[in-house]
Design a protein around this ligand. Structure first.
Ligand code: HEC
Length: 97
């Protein structure tokens, strides 16, 4: 997949958290810097850059899904993601700003 190739080039070996985004199928709807179905990870990082508790808010949303923040599209719940993994994913997304 092109996104994965780009990550490898940009950041050297794939880190565990980047790997998780692939494994948990997040890239089915998200890309790092382009709109796909959901908002891209860089715009999410920018939006939450100054927010307190951003990791908690995003980790909860990642597991439970939701709608209305970025438009009418719905992010379905992701039960394959554990609470700890959700925090890792949220931290990773926020690091992309
Ligand atoms: C079926 C498509 C789909 C999948 C799969 C998906 N997302 Fe989403 N995601 C969305 C949509 C649509 C939104 C925008 C929701 C909104 O506007 O509230 C979103 C929003 C988000 C947000 C921003 C939340 C907010 O409230 O601003 C984060 C972070 C996120 N997704 C991370 C992930 C991660 C990590 C995964 C993999 C575990 C994932 N998504 C899988 C569709 C998806």
């Amino acid at each position: 997949m092109a996104v994965v190739g780009l990550l490898v080039c940009a950041a050297g070996p794939v880190r565990a958290d980047q790997d998780l985004v692939v494994k948990k199928n997040c890239l089915a709807c998200h890309q790092i810097d382009k709109r796909k179905y959901g908002p891209n990870f860089k715009e999410i990082a920018a939006k939450y850059a100054d927010k307190k508790n951003a990791v908690d808010v995003l980790a909860k949303k990642i597991r439970q899904g939701g709608t209305g923040v970025w438009g009418a599209d719905v992010m379905p719940p992701q039960p394959q993601v554990s609470a700890a993994e959700a925090r890792t994913l949220a931290t990773y997304v926020l690091s992309l700003k």
